[in-house]
Design a protein around this ligand. Structure first.
Ligand code: FES
Length: 510
């Protein structure tokens, strides 16, 4: 049946809307970005360990202290207060830690991101590998029906469902279903639409680890004849999740669907310092979606840079809910209703100078002049377009310049808008990484290599060889099979010793 706007909308990833989104060009599309001075953006992108280490120590410290008081006062009514704090920190605040570390932007050091990601995934009760891929899709196709697996308020909204989500049951029930499916050795059908095959074994392993931990906790409760172990692990999902949707609904609820401008489907809400600590600045949600590479601690500065190009932010959670609640109530009867937002006039693109259009007159013997070497600062990247093809030209150090294809092989994104980290380029959309010398994938979700190209410096000018280099690992075929064989030992080794990614990947020419 063809859906009309007044019938129940299909949010399934394998239904009619999934096809329509692809046909309409809404899948993996180009999204609007506010113009930001390149130098200022580079300084915002700087990764740091300090802020997240301090925040994480405070967070775990508060969890430990409140947990200790619960233990000490167990059996007395006044254990309720520390338990409320414990369960909120455990089940609600873990959401924003999970989120930031999934982007790899919380810490400069990758293994810290990976370790926090695995721990907070368990606490917020999300299977880590599954949700890493689900969240990549959410960023590619934000609030696109049939594509985004993380649309929390679907139209028409059902109050009973929203109440269940607020109680922690609404999200936990489908997660339990997926967990049991994965632990049984199968992959959930919807999950399979965004999870690459090479991750299947890892997902099954992690599901079994989660189940084993829950069984162990239940066994401890039985052995000690006390609810305490389950109160510390497992039950916080029921008792402490309520704060997460209060923050979470402010992100997108009631805003437009199927648009390619985050200013129309994301909210920025000013919050006080306590909420911003608990939520790790995700109240700057519009900024985060527009520039997901910017770490949480730099979002307030980013907000200052782009706020004139965005709708007015909400002055607190209450002001946001004054819009969200009536909108949800209207959408129950009229699913086509949404909050219409006025956008400021289009601003001039101040980074046009970073895109160089090749001049055919400067092409000789397959080599084309790009620009003066001095025009490419150390640590920066230029986009170079010639003959309907885009290249990325990198200068990781003063005496090195490299070139690769300019578009990420995972999605439709210009790598010149990313950031150089060591000898890797990090894609601005989902933080996947490639080696800039050999084009090889270094961090998921990218799986296919980039072509690399020779660069020569002549008389202070950069020249690009237009045919790909004779690199057997980065040929025109882009065909690599990913081999992954996970067990508990490889999982822990990856997490602690191989911090480049969440998956051990061996690339074989396909
Ligand atoms: S578009 Fe997804 S990592 Fe580049």
């Amino acid at each position: 049946m063809e859906l009309t706007d007044n019938t129940l909308r299909d949010y399934s990833l394998i239904g009619v809307e999934a096809k329509k989104a692809i046909e309409k060009g809404l899948a993996n599309a180009d999204w609007y970005q506010s113009p930001v001075d390149r130098e200022k953006m580079r300084s915002l992108l700087t990764r740091k360990n300090g802020p997240a280490i301090i925040d994480t120590l405070i967070w775990f410290g508060l969890i430990g202290l409140s947990g200790y008081l619960v233990y000490k006062w167990w059996g007395h009514w006044y254990a309720i207060l520390p338990y409320i704090i414990y369960s909120i920190l455990y089940a609600s605040s873990s959401d924003s830690r999970w989120h930031e570390s999934s982007h790899g932007t919380a810490f400069k050091t990758d293994w810290l991101n990976n370790a926090l990601y695995e721990i907070s995934s368990f606490m917020v009760f999300r299977q880590s590998t599954v949700w890493r891929w689900s969240h990549a899709r959410h960023h590619s196709d934000t609030i696109i029906r049939g594509r985004d697996p993380e649309i929390s308020v679907q139209r028409p909204p059902r109050l009973r469902d929203l109440a269940l989500v607020s109680l922690g049951i609404g999200a936990a029930m489908p997660e339990w279903k997926k967990l049991l499916t994965h632990a049984s050795g199968k992959i959930d059908k919807e999950v399979a639409t965004y999870l690459p095959e090479y991750e299947h074994k890892k997902v099954i392993l992690i599901a079994r680890i989660y189940l084993s931990v829950f069984f162990l906790v239940m066994a401890l409760s039985i052995i000690f004849q006390s609810f305490l172990p389950m109160m510390f692990v497992g039950l916080p999902t029921l008792f402490g999740t309520w704060l997460m949707p209060i923050y979470g609904f402010t992100q997108h609820a009631g805003l437009d669907e199927n648009v390619l401008d985050h200013r129309l489907n994301c909210r920025t809400v000013y919050m006080n310092r306590i909420n911003r600590f608990l939520y790790w600045n995700m109240n700057y949600h519009l900024e985060h979606h527009m520039f997901p590479l910017v770490p949480y601690h730099a979002l307030p500065k980013l907000h200052e840079l782009i706020k004139d190009d965005c709708p007015r932010p909400y002055n607190g959670i209450i002001e946001a809910y004054k819009e969200i609640i009536p909108t949800i109530l209207k959408q129950r009867k009229n699913p086509t209703y949404y909050v219409k937002r006025a956008l400021p006039e289009k601003q001039k693109n101040i980074n046009e100078g970073n895109v160089i259009i090749g001049d055919a007159n400067k092409l000789k013997d397959g080599k084309i002049e790009v620009c003066e070497l001095n025009a490419l600062s150390v640590g920066d990247i230029k986009r170079f377009d010639f003959n309907n093809k885009t290249y990325a030209i990198y200068r990781p150090s003063s005496d090195e310049v490299f070139a690769t294809d300019g578009i990420c092989t995972h999605g439709n994104t210009h790598l010149a808008d990313g950031i150089i980290i060591g000898n890797d380029i990090e894609c601005p959309k989902h933080n996947g990484r490639f080696g800039i010398k050999d084009g090889l994938p270094k961090r998921s979700p990218v799986c296919e290599a980039l072509n690399t190209y020779s660069i020569t410096i002549e008389n202070g000018y950069i020249f690009l060889q237009l045919t790909t280099t004779n690199n057997p690992k980065a040929t025109q075929t882009f065909s690599y099979k990913v081999v992954s064989n996970h067990n508990i030992a490889t999982y822990i080794k990856e997490l602690i010793l191989e911090p480049i990614g969440n998956s051990k990947i061996d690339f074989k020419p396909g």
